[in-house]
Ligand binder design. Structure first.
Ligand SMILES: Cc1cc2nc3c(=O)[nH]c(=O)nc-3n(C[C@H](O)[C@H](O)[C@H](O)COP(=O)(O)O)c2cc1C
Length: 385
């Protein structure tokens, strides 16, 4: 058994420190003297350094720090992963690209052809995080008015067709959402490896579709009992179909030389959270079960940073510092590695890790935390290598 480690590429900008609230890497906030990608030249104009150049640095850092690849998220405020991936492929050698993709947003046959072309061009470095969207205004922003379970019905069929045209000639399908007659990719493209499917979503509908299609069932970090229970449920559903389900976790770390340093960065970051940021996260309407599980940690209500310590080395306020899921790992290098070991023992086969700033933290986590895996549970060392 091997454990997969991926890093996360911040396609929505990045902060120069977890202690600071402003997105000063990337052109998501007005360029200032301390901004990067773009920064300002001596005359105060744009210095020509693009955000894609910064993302390439992160991908290269993660590649050389030992990560297999990176998740490329897709939200209304991000760059598009389909555009970012081939550009980064030309800057790296082995780094794999996990495109976050809502199936409803692309015809499955066209997407299969594009994915096979990308496999051909990159030597098989593409994989997917299949997401089904969080409903509410963000879903309508994309022009998608489908209700939660209908979206999952569409995702299920979409994956049937996506796989069907890749693996069959003369593929014919008639479903509720898609119909294909005598389809199938041309042989040169069909010969490419079918991309690994990672699959996100916490609802019953998500677990059902994951068990039909996912290589890896992917979850945000949750309190461990709750997470392991979810893993057990999806594994059971998949076992009933005669397959073994792998599981994975997407989680941020604040890993420092000492635990005190790590909590100090959290405290300073928490103290810099503006009322506007709290309000933004408080007000978001969604039908996502996974997002509700994160919101149940109540980060926007906390008045003290340590109110959000959920368990030793687990902090529930990450969404206040950088958006996204609330729960993450905080501690010394050894403590962070021990938490990852616990998660491996609880059934995790893979991770998408992240830290802010993503460039420097890719090196730190790759060099300081990953080599310690297996120490708290020696039997795991082999699996982690
Ligand atoms: C690890 C992970 C990554 C996600 N990444 C994205 C993303 O990039 N874009 C997006 O719109 N939704 C993303 N989501 C949310 C998914 O769209 C999710 O399927 C949706 O919230 C519905 O979930 P539910 O089954 O829990 O109700 C992500 C969810 C998880 C767990």
């Amino acid at each position: 058994m091997t454990i997969d480690f991926h890093w996360r590429l911040p396609t929505h900008g990045c902060h120069s420190s977890i202690r600071r609230g402003n997105y000063d890497r990337g052109d998501w906030s007005p360029p200032g003297p301390e901004n990067l990608a773009p920064g300002l030249d001596r005359a105060g104009g744009d210095d020509g350094y693009r955000y894609i150049d910064h993302l390439a640095q992160i991908a290269k850092a993660a590649e050389s720090a030992g990560f297999q690849g990176g998740l490329i998220p897709s939200f209304p405020n991000t760059d598009d992963p389909w555009v970012i991936s081939p550009l980064l492929a030309r800057e790296t050698s082995t780094f794999r690209f996990m495109i976050a993709f809502q199936p409803g947003f692309g015809n499955p046959v066209h997407t299969a052809r594009a994915a096979a072309s990308l496999q051909r061009a990159t030597g098989g470095r593409l994989l997917f995080n299949i997401i089904t969207g969080g409903g509410g205004p963000a879903q309508l922003w994309w022009g998608d008015s489908f209700a939660h379970d209908d979206r999952y019905g569409r995702t299920d069929e979409w994956l049937d067709v996506f796989k069907g045209v890749w693996n069959n000639r003369g593929f014919t399908y008639r479903g509720r959402f898609y119909e294909v007659a005598d389809g199938g990719l041309p042989p040169l493209l069909a010969a490419e490896d079918f991309p690994e499917i990672w699959f996100s979503g916490s609802s019953d509908a998500a677990l059902r579709v994951a068990s039909n299609h996912a290589d890896y069932y992917l979850s945000w970090l949750e309190p461990f009992d709750q997470l392991f229970d979810k893993f057990a449920r999806v594994k059971e559903k998949t076992a009933a179909l005669g397959r073994r389900q792998k599981c994975a976790i997407r989680v941020d770390l604040v890993a420092r030389r000492t635990e005190e340093e790590a909590w100090r960065d959290i405290r300073l970051g928490f103290e810099n959270v503006s009322d506007e940021t709290r309000q933004r996260w408080r007000g978001q309407a969604t039908d996502s079960v996974g997002a509700s599980r994160q919101a149940a940690l109540r980060p926007t209500e906390a008045t003290r940073w340590d109110d959000l310590i959920v368990a030793p080395n687990l902090w529930g306020g990450f969404s206040l510092l950088r958006g996204g899921p609330a729960l993450g790992i905080v501690g010394s290098y050894e403590q962070c590695a021990a938490k990852l070991d616990e998660l491996i023992q609880g059934g995790a086969d893979g991770f998408i890790l992240a830290g802010t700033p993503h460039l420097e933290e890719a090196y730190r986590v790759g060099e300081e935390v990953l080599p310690l895996l297996g120490r708290s549970a020696p039997a795991l060392r082999e699996a982690a290598e």
